[in-house]
Design a protein around this ligand. Structure first.
Ligand SMILES: *Cc1c(COP(=O)(O)O)cnc(C)c1O
Length: 477
């Protein structure tokens, strides 16, 4: 399988190439040249299989003729061994037509573990094969950093450096990052804001000599391999609910549009997905685009579902690429408009096509609180704020389309354990969610973190001194 850039001006790459590159050189995102297709019989054949077996079958066609293919089975076995539920992503029914797909049984109790644990291992093995090294660098306001640190800890060819704004992440988020004691993990508490962290990370990536010397690479959701790993749970859940013979709809708490795009991929592969509902908090640039045809990201608003406090969804370009039938000229036109004017205008035809599959809703802070409270009253289940935004959106979709009588099951992706957001959950329900044992264990351990001023050169010197790539160390396979 070959991978092509959404802007058509970067060379096409193998899966391994796209895995290691992340962003394409022309600023575009990598996409598979064609969609692998599963027949009804092949989809039916997934029923009753273990998560890892389904993952192997679903991911395999994307790695055809690729050196990574030989690693796939072992990587999947290692990646999901650290999950604390035998089904990996259990599906629970909450009302006659609503199901919750729990994506938070990984080591950091949020859905990013599902892809990050796979991607980190695939990257490490690819680098060892090539005798190379990498330094994974990222800024985090919370969840992504913890998932990256847990996935990259102990990797042979990769170091991980994560900047967080000192004193501005929750205690749980901080401890999830700083209690990891592997020598290839480096936490920097930056004396500044999240924006300062992002600005310094961006400057480091733009310093090309430094970037090349340290082999800097990102962990954000634009990496194609992350999307692929996320298509798997659409298959396991849809098959459990009667696919290929019965269609299923999904509602997905959305920030960078990676998770829901994986649902679109599953649909292109032949999975009978009827609707894909985009759930957002007060950061509503996607629902506004659905209403007006104009995608115009505004200033980010802080909410109780911080992992969705995003206005410019980095994977939206992949959807546009599909919507314009892979016309790279049109993608470039749209992206240039977005860059130059701060907004992008779809044609009426493009908008109609978008709405055929997708719906999009914005849920206020009050509705989020009320939803957490109502779900608790009716079912006894404590939900995290991201999941609550999705439940609210799923109900809005039912009302908007007058689907009270539909027989299509709606699956709500639950992206975090309620225990990660105890204050919000307690405010809504009066109950503090119980911490899973693995969280309790982790939170008690010693913290390791370096405080640095928000100064570019100080941070650059720290990374050069501590990363093995910066020290010119050989890879010891
Ligand atoms: C990252 C994240 C999301 C958003 O996922 P995207 O792929 O960025 O759309 C939703 N919920 C939680 C808890 C997350 O960590």
């Amino acid at each position: 399988m070959k991978y092509v850039s959404t802007r058509g001006e970067a060379p096409s790459l193998s899966f391994e190439g796209a895995l290691l590159a992340g962003l394409a050189r022309d600023g575009g995102l990598y996409m598979p040249e064609t969609w692998p297709h599963f027949s009804e019989k092949e989809i039916a054949g997934l029923a009753g299989l273990d998560y890892i077996d389904v993952a192997e079958r679903v991911i395999r066609p994307f790695l055809e003729d690729d050196p990574c293919l030989d690693d796939l089975r072992e990587v999947l076995e290692e990646a999901y061994a650290g999950f604390d539920h035998p089904a990996v992503t259990p599906l629970k029914q909450i009302t006659p037509k609503l199901w919750i797909l729990e994506l938070f049984h990984g080591p950091t109790l949020a859905f990013k573990d599902l892809a990050m644990q796979v991607v980190a291992r695939l990257m490490d093995r690819a680098l060892i094969r090539k005798g190379g090294r990498a330094t994974v660098l990222g800024a985090t306001s919370g969840d992504t950093g913890a998932a990256a640190i847990d996935a990259f800890r102990g990797r042979k060819a990769i170091d991980v450096v994560i900047l967080h704004p000192k004193g501005r992440v929750t205690e749980i988020q901080r401890r999830q990052m700083t209690t990891v004691d592997d020598p290839n993990v480096h936490n920097i508490a930056l004396e500044g804001t999240f924006d300062d962290c992002q600005a310094i990370v961006k400057a480091l990536f733009n310093d090309l000599p430094l970037r090349d010397r340290l082999h800097l690479t990102g962990v954000n959701s634009i990496n194609w391999a992350r999307i692929v790993a996320q298509t798997v749970y659409y298959f396991t859940s849809a098959v459990a609910l009667g696919a290929p013979w019965r269609p299923v709809s999904y509602t997905v708490p959305t920030g960078n549009f990676g998770d829901i795009f994986a649902g679109y991929v599953a649909q292109q592969m032949g999975l009978p997905i009827q609707r894909l509902v985009i759930a957002t908090n007060a950061n509503d640039s996607l629902p506004r685009a659905f209403a007006t045809g104009i995608y115009e990201p505004k200033t980010v608003i802080a909410t109780s579902s911080p992992s969705m406090d995003i206005q410019l969804a980095s994977n939206f370009e992949r959807l546009m690429f599909e919507l314009v039938d892979r016309n790279v000229g049109r993608v470039k036109e749209l992206m240039t408009e977005l860059q130059d004017t701060g907004k992008l205008t779809m044609t009426p035809d493009e908008l109609t096509k978008l709405k055929e599959v997708f719906g999009a809703y914005s849920i206020s802070e009050e509705e989020t609180q009320e939803t957490i409270a109502r779900v608790y009253r009716k079912t006894g289940v404590l939900t995290d704020p991201h999941t609550a935004v999705a439940i609210g959106s799923a109900l809005d979709e039912r009302r908007a389309l007058d689907q009270g009588n539909t027989t299509t099951p709606m699956v709500i992706l639950s992206t975090a354990d309620a225990a990660k957001f105890p204050e919000t959950v307690e405010r809504a329900t009066g109950r503090v969610p119980e911490q899973p044992q693995r969280l309790k264990d982790r939170l008690g351990e010693t913290e390791r973190c370096t405080s640095l001023p928000a100064d570019y050169q100080t941070v650059a010197d720290f990374i050069s001194k501590h990363s093995r790539a910066g020290q010119g160390e050989e890879v010891d396979a």
